[in-house]
Design a protein. Structure first.
Length: 183
């Protein structure tokens, strides 16, 4: 198994956990960072690895992309989302969120390892005409789909919070600046 499989999965895990664990303000940069990481991963791998155009390879790629999106929606739902006293959206994520990401990334690494070391998996992949390139692309689509769906879910949940918008922030800032006796 190439070191790049380990590196890319550990980078994704590190970026996500650093951005999400604990109580975090939901900012445009926090939402953009995973999108940038996903774009860089896709660009790096897809410029040298072709996407399957038919047969079992294409179905495998699409299936793992859908699985990544579903897992990302689940990860986005694992957050607690609320507004702080100043009216800014915040999220909270703990052990369950971290465990979900660790299990998914561990499974991806385990699958990549098994494609080189499991005779029965190699036979199944060959029978279904799933090439090593299709496996690489499918795992990249899964990782990117999970990152993007997590980000989209978090963004939608933050926007759906009551009391949002600039007017609420101005009101909260004015209330904080006004002495209690004048309120």
């Amino acid at each position: 198994m190439p070191a790049s499989v380990w590196i890319i999965n550990l980078v994704v895990l590190g970026v996500v956990l650093e951005a999400d664990l604990g109580r975090r303000k939901i900012t445009w940069f926090r939402l953009a960072r995973p999108v940038i990481v996903a774009g860089a991963i896709i660009f790096y791998y897809l410029k040298r690895t072709p996407v399957a155009t038919g047969g079992g390879g294409l179905a495998f790629e699409l299936g793992l992309a859908v699985l990544g999106i579903l897992l990302g929606i689940g990860a986005g739902a694992a957050f607690g989302v609320f507004r702080d006293a100043e009216g800014f959206p915040r999220s909270i994520a703990g052990f369950g969120y971290a465990a979900l990401w660790a299990v998914v990334i561990g499974a991806r690494i385990g699958f990549a390892y098994a494609t080189s070391h499991s005779r029965s998996l190699q036979v199944w992949l060959g029978t279904h005409h799933i090439t090593p390139d299709a496996i690489t692309v499918a795992l990249i689509f899964m990782a990117a789909g999970m990152l993007l769906a997590r980000t989209g879910t978090l963004m939608m949940r933050a926007r759906a919070l009551p009391g949002g918008g600039m007017a609420a922030r101005r009101h909260a800032a004015h209330a904080a600046a006004t002495p209690a006796a004048d309120r």
